[in-house]
Write a protein that binds this ligand. Sequence first.
Ligand code: SF4
Length: 337
Amino acid sequence: MNEYVQKIEDLAKEMGEVRIMEVCGGHTNTIMRYGIREVLPSNIKLISGPGCPVCVTSQYDIDCMIELALSGVKVATYGDMINVPGTKMSLKDAQAQGADVKMIYSADQIIDEKDRVFFAVGFETTTPMTARLLQQGITVFCAHKLIPPAMRVLVQEMKIDGFIDPGHVSTIIGEDIWSELDIPAPQVISGFKPEQLIKATYVLLDLIKNKEKEVVNEYPEVVFSKGNPIATKIIEETMKVVDSEWRGMGTIPQSSLAPKDPKLDARIVYKDILKNVVSQENKECRCGEIVRGMIEPRDCKLFGQGCTPENPQGACMVSESEGACAIAFKYGKSLSE
Ligand code: SF4
């Protein structure tokens, strides 16, 4: 594919099994679409981590939004979220029952709708748009997730020799923050083209081989040392860091954001409606293990056998651009093949 494939092969001959995790659904998509796992030596494993925002949103948060919608509260969220199955139904099902659920592609679509609650999901990349809505007085049910705290948990739980850091997230939070995380594994920030990911893999292998824990920015055209100061400023002005429940990972301290203004925090404003929400995950769905990189989609007995993008039984089958099961289904093979 390019000169770095040969360089990877040469390095890999001198190494045992190496496990590299990418924590970005966009990276997973490129890796699968272009068959990057197939061109790597067998001892170099690329593992998909919690890089899909739809997938890591907790069942409880989805059920809360469904409860709000069924109670007559107008809600809005990004496209894929309305298809994620909750305990009893999805937001789309609630919409079919008459609930006012607006599917949006941009936060600007509801910037004048102060009577609508925005279900905010996503990583650092989409957080500035939520901050902008808060500036305009829109009430938010915030389920944003911060990637660095999740990486800290994962590297303690399982063998990960290095991380491919997410490119889009890094455009917001910057390069420097990754070095400050004290993660005992090297990291390489990568772009989304196949050649960028292959080069990032080579750079990471070289760091792993030389036992260096540093962070290398292989996406310098858009990722700067301090990130995007305008975006981080409006986030700091409108939101605060809080603990958060992740699907499959439990509660991770300081891994989410909430509106600073309690009058705009839907969890507080609608606490009476939400107090009786009880959630239960589909016991047959193994999304929790998939987002932690512990199993592959084909390890789930429902994969393609009752669970498909048209009829998702779990969150990982919803987003064809970022969900591990949906991507594996789309490209017709396991992520590890
Ligand atoms: S195949 Fe479906 S049911 Fe199985 S883990 Fe993936 S989303 Fe869940």
